[in-house]
Design a protein around this ligand. Structure first.
Ligand SMILES: [Cu+2]
Length: 103
């Protein structure tokens, strides 16, 4: 189960290069995991603390294997298992954390 893997070991990076790496499949704990990547634009983050809070909230969502948050421009990439969570579910998690996921 992906959700049982230690989240700290999952690659979490900042920056567009990190986001690009989420395309395709991830190697997590030596296991290849097929994922899809959702790219969201999030409004309301004003500092690294906000970015960290959002990243940690998304990492805690079932089905999410990796998260990258770029504070500048509010770019968020989430690698997720589409069998477990939908993009709509990811957007909800963003809103629940107190930010706006804009289309
Ligand atoms: Cu902040």
């Amino acid at each position: 189960m992906l959700s049982e893997l230690p989240k700290e070991k999952v690659h979490t990076q900042r920056g567009y290069n990190g986001i690009a790496e989420f395309q395709g499949c991830l190697s997590i704990g030596g296991q290849k995991v097929m994922t899809q990547t959702a790219h969201l634009t999030v409004e309301g983050m004003s500092c690294e603390g906000c970015a960290k809070r959002l990243r940690e909230a998304l990492e805690g969502v079932d089905g999410v294997s990796a998260v990258a948050v770029v504070l500048d421009g509010g770019q968020v990439a989430v690698a997720y298992d589409p069998a477990v969570i939908t993009v709509a579910g990811l957007r909800e998690a963003v809103e629940e954390t107190g930010f706006d996921a804009v289309p």
